[in-house]
Design a binder for this molecule. Structure first.
Ligand SMILES: [Zn+2]
Length: 178
């Protein structure tokens, strides 16, 4: 009986340690998103972690690079591969502030990332289960663990703040017709 209790205590401390790590790395992804915000890019940020070390990071640069594929995840996957000098990201966890789109979910499968942790779900174009599920039961038979909703309010808040600011800068009070 004692053993069962001890095991449960071990499991719950492991779970809380993992979730505090998830929050810590999501905060780093949020800092990347803030860089995008400051550059007037839709604020989405990403970090990639292996063995507790950040090996890749990126933020949305679609406008700056004039490249529709320059999503935070794609850039972070590229920098992580450069760090490892290997495109295979087995054992890596990708943290991103918004649920990856189908393109990025495909890149996650191709790069062999082992785990994805996202902040806010994307009800418009989420590719990890919210609108489409590219990851579960994928044809490549890659096992990728997906955890959503880490610091979701902060991640979504940054996006909402961005679009609000863009509307204000365009002189649209949001009250037209009311
Ligand atoms: Zn994407």
């Amino acid at each position: 009986m004692n053993n069962v209790t001890d095991n449960n205590a071990d499991l719950s401390s492991l779970a809380s340690r993992l979730s505090s790590d998830d929050e810590r790395f999501m905060r780093m992804a949020l800092r990347q998103a803030q860089i995008a915000f400051d550059m007037k890019e839709i604020p989405i940020g990403c970090v990639i972690v292996k063995d507790g070390v950040v090996i890749g990071k990126g933020y949305n640069q679609v406008e700056q690079l004039k490249d529709a594929t320059a999503h935070a995840e794609i850039i972070a996957i590229g920098t992580a591969a450069s760090t490892l000098d290997n495109w295979r990201l087995d054992g890596c966890t990708l943290y991103v502030t918004l649920e990856p789109c189908p393109m990025c979910a495909g890149a996650i499968l191709n790069s062999r990332v082992s785990r994805v942790v996202y902040g806010s779900p994307d009800s418009r174009f989420g590719g990890c289960g919210t609108t489409i599920d590219v990851i579960s039961g994928n044809a490549l038979k890659r096992a990728v663990e997906v955890t959503g909703g880490i610091l979701a309010d902060e991640c979504l808040g940054l996006l909402k703040g961005f679009f609000q600011q863009m509307r204000l800068e365009k002189g649209d009070s949001g009250n037209k017709g009311i």
